[in-house]
Write a protein that binds this ligand. Structure first.
Ligand code: AMP
Ligand code: MG
Length: 334
């Protein structure tokens, strides 16, 4: 089976092609990078509609196949931002109808989890999924990924990006693979008095963000603020992940999502895993951020279990949670 996947939930229009026999065979990514400020959904959607055609052509030509060779079209229908999701959904629906291929609905979060399991070969892990829009500690129990803990307000990536924007460190937020908050933190030291918020199994970051911005306005050293902000943000989410490992007694831990590229977070999780007697791996950097390959892989798993959707009913769902999705393919190995 060969499946094409389309990703368009936030800032990346991605197309990936996954072949059951050959693995990852082709992909293309078009990233929207704002000149200043945050992401304006309508502008990104406009950009996505301009690049979609070429992205699809590029991925197909890299895979050295023709559209007729495909067994299905997968598309991320959520969670994400409405205008961008609608572009991916329209493109996928059109391809499905024109070429008479099954349309497969993919949850973007599940796709981050599946690409991480596939590439790390860790089959039954506790997964920390941290990106621009999500911060979730999850693991599979009885047919679904269960949310063990999550952010009560903003996501970890969003915390770092918003802080950077508010204090004029970015955009761009990533320089040579490092977040600008990390670069700024290099010369910093720990400050007292920041809110470290873990409620039950959940973390909260908005108080931390407000506190950090306030200190900057009051003239405190920005290096120290960055150092402390990331220290607290990473420690609290690592603490929740550790509790999940201790509770479930699972022996594998993986990190996925855009923030998986972060060195300090990786160090913290490596130490924690050692303490818990578990093995730890981040998803390889190339597939930590949003991409079409993870959508294609997940769609292929789904297609094997007959999961597809009528193009006329393929609505987007901006708030589609990972624990709403049945995972019948969990023990399947490809
Ligand atoms: P995603 O939404 O999965 O594509 O992830 C994008 C998020 O990952 C953004 O918030 C980025 O700032 C964040 N990100 C990317 N690289 C890094 C890094 N090295 N350290 C921390 N955050 C990062
Ligand atoms: Mg993502």
């Amino acid at each position: 089976m060969i499946v094409l996947g389309i990703e368009s939930t936030a800032h990346t229009f991605g197309v990936g092609i996954f072949d059951e026999n050959r693995g990852i065979v082709g992909e293309s990514r078009k990233n929207y990078i704002p000149n200043k400020g945050g992401i304006l959904p309508r502008e990104v959607a406009q950009f996505f509609s301009e690049v979609a055609g070429n992205a699809i052509k590029e991925a197909i030509s890299k895979a050295n196949i023709s559209i007729d060779d495909l067994d299905g079209i997968g598309v991320a229908l959520g969670p994400g931002m409405g205008p961008q999701l609608r572009v991916g959904a329209s493109v996928a629906r059109a391809l499905s109808v024109k070429y008479n291929k099954p349309l497969i609905p993919v949850n973007h979060g599940i796709a981050h989890l599946e690409i991480a399991r596939y590439l790390t070969k860790m089959r039954d892990p506790v997964i920390l999924y941290v990106s621009g829009g999500n911060s979730i500690v999850t693991t599979y129990v009885d047919g679904r990924y269960r949310v063990f803990g999550e952010t009560l307000d903003i996501a970890l990536g969003n915390l770092l990006d918003t802080f950077a924007r508010e204090v004029n460190l970015g955009p761009p937020y990533i320089v040579n693979g490092n977040h600008v908050v990390d670069l700024c933190a290099e010369k910093g030291k720990f400050m007292k008095g920041f809110p470290y918020i873990v409620k039950g199994q959940d973390v909260s970051y908005s108080g931390l963000l407000t506190h950090a911005i306030r200190l900057k306005k009051q003239g405190y050293n920005l290096n120290d603020i960055c150092y402390t902000l990331r220290e607290i943000a990473f420690s609290s989410i690592s603490e929740v992940t550790e509790r999940c490992v201790a509770h479930t007694n699972k022996k594998e831990i993986i990190l996925t999502g855009g923030v998986a590229a972060n060195k300090l977070l990786n160090e913290k999780l490596t130490k924690m895993a050692l303490k818990q007697g578990a093995s730890y791996m981040p998803v390889p950097f190339k597939y930590s951020g949003d991409n079409g390959v993870m959508i294609a892989l997940t769609a292929l798993y789904e297609l094997k279990y007959g999961i597809k959707i009528d193009p006329e009913k393929a609505y987007i769902n901006q708030r589609w949670r990972i624990d709403e999705v049945d995972i019948p393919w969990y023990y399947l190995t490809i």
